[in-house]
Design a protein around this ligand. Structure first.
Ligand code: CA
Length: 231
């Protein structure tokens, strides 16, 4: 049973969304007020939230910000104003998808489906990720986000960690700068691809692994980077 919460103050819209989702086998609850909506979202196990931006008492921006502190379930933002959607994107509040009103109910159903599927794939891949990657003296733990070279803990920035994790979880595989950039920076328009080179350089300095040792980040000139599995 897939449970959706709609936080929307316009009752006709909320009911229309609910009807379409229910026809498509979703279980749906509606909250018409921002404050009660947030409370419901925090205290129940929903699989996805459809969130309007302009709401009484507490707006969608605040709800999104607050929800993200506690939950990682998909949030689809709906708004009548395209500039508000740009604004929430710009704030990086962690919404997963956006719909501009008016939209067709079938469009909503399609988005709900694809966001839930994406979320489940993500959960699945997290569940199957090993607790720790080891390469010689280097140990990387995705769960605690910690890195050790022997007994020494290496402090990395979030992005440095992501780059290292990506490389070490694909041993012997050359990843191009473009692949690394896309996977880690995604659609962040403030970054450019040269940042990959900078991060790899920084990682080598911090990790202090000699080039002949397991765990060293090798450069494949003109292609990309890899961590070779040596046994
Ligand atoms: Ca509204």
């Amino acid at each position: 049973m897939t449970k959706i919460l709609i936080i929307e103050d316009e009752k006709t819209i909320a009911n229309l969304e609910k009807d379409y989702l229910e026809i498509n086998q979703f279980t749906v609850e509606i909250e018409n007020n921002g404050r009660t909506g947030l409370r419901a979202a925090l205290s129940n196990a929903y699989d996805l939230i459809v969130l309007d931006l302009t709401l009484p008492e507490l707006d969608g921006f605040e709800i999104c910000r607050e929800l993200r502190k506690h939950k990682d379930i998909p949030i689809i933002i709906v708004s009548a104003k395209e500039n508000e959607i740009d604004k929430i994107r710009g704030l990086g509040l962690g919404a997963d998808d956006y719909l501009v009103k008016p939209f067709s109910p079938s469009e909503l159903v399609a988005r709900v489906r694809s966001n839930i599927a994406m979320y489940q794939r993500l959960k699945q891949s997290i569940a199957t990720t090993p607790k720790e990657f080891r390469m010689g003296e280097l140990r990387v733990s995705p769960e605690s986000r910690s890195v050790f070279n022997g007994d020494k803990e290496i402090k990395l920035t979030a992005k440095e960690f992501e780059v290292l994790l990506l490389l070490i979880s694909h041993p012997n595989q050359v990843l191009t700068k473009e692949q690394i950039f896309e996977r880690i920076w995604g659609f962040d328009s403030n970054a450019d691809i040269s940042t990959v080179t900078v991060h790899v350089k920084k990682l080598r300095e911090k990790l202090e692994i000699a080039s002949a040792q397991p765990g060293y980040i090798e450069t494949k000139w003109g292609v990309g980077y890899l961590i070779r599995y040596l046994n």
